[in-house]
Design a protein around this ligand. Structure first.
Ligand SMILES: [Mg+2]
Length: 361
């Protein structure tokens, strides 16, 4: 099999509805965007797809670098092509999602070629996994407690907070939530890189006192040393290396520094399925969990294939809370069934018009 064409099909993505906010200082939910499908086509008629929200960026790097690299290659040579994209990155300094999007399309293609969902091609470990409710930022402690009640009522077994980015207010919220749900509900906190070492330490002590399961990305992940120092100052387990660039190689440095109680992995920030699985296996070698970042089709596959993972992240974006379609009434997410990644599942009977035209060529 040979890659014959690499297309970027631009599509309009409507604004996220309902809109929501993150911590102070960060942009909130995505406004209407110019997204794109990456379409990798072959001489056998089998194609692979992957989606990017930053359509103009993808178009630029595909037109200048990626198409010329991929056309004529064997799409099954994913390890080789993963290396080749990193080589191009050395000159071009790609946005971090570019490492992953080519790899995701290649795995989609491989799954379709043999008629298997990607998680089975990776090697399946399970067929379902509990989802935790991962909140966006709400207005008050009272509203968070109300949202938490709704999440537990809907079947979610665990809750992760994204809060305001004010260490003292966030600590009070974290304590109030623990008091409200009692000792048995696993709770996590995601700082979205909102703090410096002093505030991260203050909040980390509160989370430890309130028996939180993990403390995620309190600081920018530029300084491994800062995380090492934080780990020396707080008892709450740190889950690290969600955003830091460099895939499993950077994750290795966090682990070697002794600050990782667990690590993050994802197709979007770790270089596709290939980088996400390398990261998971790296963590496994140290008996660390690799917890999957963010919801979506590719995350469901990772959750079914990574032995050392325990939850699917389900984003709670509204109050009243609506349970996302992929989570059942017991709070579980299930293995995808379509060949490849199965982006098509969300389309129902129709293919998005611009994509249908490209695939029909
Ligand atoms: Mg996070």
């Amino acid at each position: 099999m040979i890659i014959t064409a690499v297309d970027v099909v631009r599509v309009a993505v409507p604004a996220h509805e309902p809109p929501f906010v993150w911590r102070a200082g960060l942009p909130g939910s995505e406004p209407a965007a110019d997204g794109a499908w990456l379409v990798i086509r072959t001489d056998t008629g089998v194609s692979g797809l992957a989606f990017a929200l930053r359509g103009a960026m993808l178009q630029d790097v595909v037109d200048r670098r990626i198409r010329a690299e991929l056309v004529g290659r064997d799409p099954i040579a994913r390890e080789l092509l993963w290396d080749r994209i990193w080589e191009l990155d050395r000159i071009d300094r790609f946005p971090v999602f570019v490492q992953g999007i080519v790899d995701v399309a290649l795995w989609d293609l491989a799954g379709k070629a043999v008629g298997l969902p990607v998680y089975q091609l990776l090697g399946s470990y399970r067929e379902s996994l509990p989802a935790y409710a991962s909140t966006v930022t709400f207005g008050s402690i009272e509203e968070y407690l109300d949202v938490a009640d709704q999440c537990l009522e809907l079947g979610f077994p665990a809750i992760k907070l994204h809060a305001w980015g004010d260490a003292r207010k966030d600590a009070r919220l974290s304590e109030a939530l623990r008091e409200h749900v009692g000792p048995d509900v696993p709770l996590m906190f995601d700082g979205s890189a909102g703090f410096d070492l002093l505030d991260a330490t203050y909040l980390g002590k509160a989370l430890s006192d309130a028996d939180y399961l993990w403390y995620e990305e309190p600081m920018r992940e530029f300084s491994v040393t800062a995380y090492k120092w934080l780990a020396e100052r707080v008892d709450v387990p740190l889950i690290v290396a969600e955003v830091a660039e460099g895939s499993h190689m950077k994750t290795a440095d966090f682990i070697a520094a002794g600050c990782a109680a667990a690590v993050r992995t994802s197709t979007g920030l770790r270089g596709g399925f290939t980088g996400a699985m390398r990261t998971a296996h790296l963590a496994d070698a140290f008996l660390l969990r690799a917890e999957v970042h963010g919801p979506g089709e590719t995350s469901r596959h990772l959750c079914m294939s990574i032995s050392n993972t325990t939850y699917y992240e389900s984003l709670i974006v509204s109050n009243p809370v609506r349970r996302p379609a992929e989570v059942d009434a017991s709070g579980n997410v299930h293995a995808p069934t379509l060949p490849g990644v199965g982006f098509e599942e969300a389309w129902g009977d129709g293919v998005p018009a611009p994509l249908a035209a490209a695939l029909a060529d």
